[in-house]
Design a protein around this ligand. Structure first.
Ligand code: XMP
Length: 323
């Protein structure tokens, strides 16, 4: 019978059979899938798994702590954190084009990950053979089902790494859907904050700032996003909302009034959507009282933001993210 406990046990055994007494590496994104995959592999092979977390400075409030404290406390996993914030923000300086942002972030992410892998390889004397990935069944179907090895292309500025590192892939979630992954994660003792988490794009808050990314803008967006998440959760809407990007229109200013003074601040956009798979989506009918609370709190508490607007576009024609 299908129970989360049975599935978790079976997957742990499968991982043990595949990895034997080898070593594995897993990149943690802060998301559900990589966290559950890592927790399963940790249970299967213990300290022979090293998790790598790259902090690119584009995460939401509290996410780094969630990985470093909550994930580690729940699983006992060995974690290497790479602090690459200055590098990412330096390279993104002045860039507003969405695809250029994505390219820079993708490139730097691989570099940072490789740097960490090189270190782990050094410690493990070159015997890391497996790369863990949180691939789900819908991803398998979408990509035509091919599996096997992953190539991480090395860059010339990363020393000590072979030209092309080859790993065998460990994908323990390959046959599962998202809700099943969440159930397995709960079974493994991961906190609700991690297993119940909304999908979040790899390029993070960089693609939720329309305009160039700066530390100040990131701080503004992080603050607004935390308020929105808090209020949606408090209103019991997490089950209805697939995700709710909060977007900072950093190049737009509008006039407002606060107390005796005129303000000239930025709008944020709320983009709550309901969806099954992110391929199509409908805008979520968030109750007016909740919208009102969010609007009041954000404009009172976030000094740069003087207007809150709601995106009522379905997908298609709108995408979920604004960039
Ligand atoms: P769109 O905006 O295309 O988003 O409707 C569909 C889903 O994909 C996520 N998304 C991304 N995820 N890298 C990611 O890892 C990206 O560059 C990226 N862009 C969009 C988005 O959050 C939504 O869940």
């Amino acid at each position: 019978t299908w129970t989360a406990a049975n599935i978790a046990d079976a997957l742990v055994e499968q991982v043990q059979a595949q990895v034997g007494d080898g070593r594995a590496i897993c990149g943690l994104s802060g998301g559900v899938d990589s966290a559950v995959a890592a927790a399963l592999v940790q249970r299967a092979i213990g300290d022979r798994l090293t998790c790598v977390f790259v902090d690119h400075g584009l995460l939401r409030a509290g996410e780094r702590e969630q990985v470093q404290q909550d994930f580690v406390a729940a699983t006992g996993a060995r974690l290497v954190t790479v602090d690459a914030v200055d590098k990412f923000l330096g390279d993104l300086d002045g860039v507003s084009d969405p695809e250029t942002k994505r390219k820079i972030i993708g490139r730097e992410f691989i570099r940072a990950f490789e740097g960490a892998v090189t270190e782990v390889l050094g410690e493990a004397e070159g015997t890391v053979d497996f790369l863990v990935q949180g691939t789900l069944y819908p991803d398998v179907v979408e990509s035509g089902g091919g599996a096997g090895t992953a190539n991480i292309k090395s860059h010339h500025n990363v020393g000590g790494l072979p030209e092309d590192l080859e790993f065998s892939l460990v994908e323990p979630l390959r046959l599962l859907f998202k809700d099943e992954v969440r159930a397995v994660g709960r079974e493994l003792g991961l906190p609700e904050d991690i297993v119940g988490r909304q999908p979040f794009p790899g390029p993070g808050l960089a693609i939720r700032i329309v305009g160039a990314v700066t530390p100040d803008r990131l701080a503004t967006l992080r603050q607004a996003d935390a308020i929105v998440r808090e209020e949606l959760t408090a209103a019991g809407l997490d089950g209805q909302i697939w995700q709710c990007p909060v977007v900072l229109l950093a190049d737009v200013r509008s006039v407002g009034v606060q107390g005796d003074g005129r303000t000239y601040g930025h709008p944020i956009v709320l983009r709550p959507v309901s969806s099954e798979d992110a391929m199509t989506a409908d805008w979520t009918r968030v109750p007016y009282e909740v919208l009102e609370r969010i609007s009041t709190r954000v404009t009172n508490e976030v000094s740069e933001v003087n207007r809150v607007v709601l995106d009522v576009t379905s997908k298609p024609p709108g995408t979920i993210e604004w960039e």
